[in-house]
Design a protein around this ligand. Structure first.
Ligand code: SF4
Length: 333
């Protein structure tokens, strides 16, 4: 079906066992992604971004309990057999992790790791054809001298080149969906920009959907079309990137944006969000952000806000309808 979403996540909840029973680290997440679309999942460490996407990939630890629905091209993935989800991983969807060194096997050449990724999902392909395809993939991710580099080990590559190897493995079987979890955190800024540009170009060319997990709003602005902001296991604001940057409605999003340096020439103080995010076991009643929110009212401490629609934006805040104007008035008062 032409308009069928590539990925539909609804009512996703993930809980982990603790000494005090199960606690929820992901608390009812909904979003969808079309083919070729780039979405970013943003939030501080511990907000549940990575766990959400690991649940999509079926990569949660065995003790975790996941509920809700995850559909890939209309097919329900929750509850399917392990061997089936393993078949989908690497062929229809793949994941790029933060640290390319730990993602690669240090005792195998990068060429062996790439050809293995190809042959697991395409068993009819001969070793010679797999090697040719691997060289072609290295070329497509701009690894110089690909024939020679195939026979080298991960430690012989720089951080940026290792992440290119990981990207080559992720796209080896032309998946419909790529999930990139902080893919450039371990890289320096110049290499970071090159790797992100490469990833976004590959997704555009192959019409691959990309979910980019990051805590860096600068990366979001340069790459994604839409964005979901997570806090304490829930999405608190979901919008197009343009609208989110121009009209942030949730106080948490406003705090994240306020901590970004501006290119306007004003060298003012950067603001920060006071306090620390709660752990899954210490999420407060009402709005989870209320202990850190400058605008909290009594209702915020007892009633959990639902996501409501404001044009292209969905916001979970009791004051979202008045907050932008109110915040402006406070700033100029
Ligand atoms: Fe702040 Fe209340 Fe909105 Fe939560 S619901 S973000 S505490 S104003």
């Amino acid at each position: 079906m032409q308009d069928q979403p590539l990925l539909e996540v609804s009512g996703l909840r993930v809980a982990f066992p603790t000494a005090r029973g199960y606690v929820e680290a992901v608390r009812g997440v909904d979003f969808s992604l079309r083919k070729g679309e780039i979405m970013s999942l943003v939030g501080e460490s511990g907000s549940g971004k990575s766990i959400t996407m690991r649940a999509v990939m079926g990569l949660l630890p065995p003790a975790a309990l996941a509920r809700g629905s995850v559909k890939l091209l209309g097919r329900e993935l929750m509850g399917i057999e392990e061997k089936e989800i393993r078949r989908l991983r690497g062929s229809r969807m793949s994941m790029i992790f933060q640290d390319p060194l730990t993602a690669l096997n240090p005792v195998l050449t990068v060429g062996d790791q790439l050809t293995e990724a190809i042959r697991i999902h395409q068993p009819r392909i001969s070793p010679k054809e797999a090697r040719e395809r691997a060289i072609e993939l290295f070329r497509s991710v701009a690894i110089p001298y690909p024939e020679k580099r195939m026979d080298q080990y991960p430690h012989e590559f720089s951080g940026g080149m290792r992440q290119r190897v990981v990207i080559a493995i992720a796209i080896a079987n032309r998946p419909d969906l790529i999930i990139a979890d902080e893919p450039t955190t371990a890289l320096d800024v110049t290499v970071q920009a090159q790797v992100l540009e490469l990833l976004s170009e590959l997704c555009r060319v192959n019409n691959t959907g990309l979910v980019l997990i990051t805590h860096d709003l600068g990366v979001v602005a340069g790459m994604a079309e839409k964005v979901s902001v997570m806090y304490a296991g829930s999405i608190v604001e979901r919008s197009t990137v343009d609208d989110l940057f121009e009209h942030p409605r949730h106080p948490y999003t406003r705090g994240l944006l306020g901590s970004l340096p501006q290119m306007t020439g004003d060298i003012g103080r950067l603001s920060d969000i006071g306090g620390a995010p709660p752990t899954a076991a210490t999420i407060p009643a009402g709005c989870a952000f209320n202990p850190r929110c400058d605008y909290a009212v009594d209702r915020c401490r007892t009633e959990t806000p639902a996501l409501e629609t404001y044009g292209p934006t969905h916001v979970a805040c009791h004051l979202a309808h008045t907050l932008p104007e109110y915040a402006e008035q406070r700033k100029t008062a």
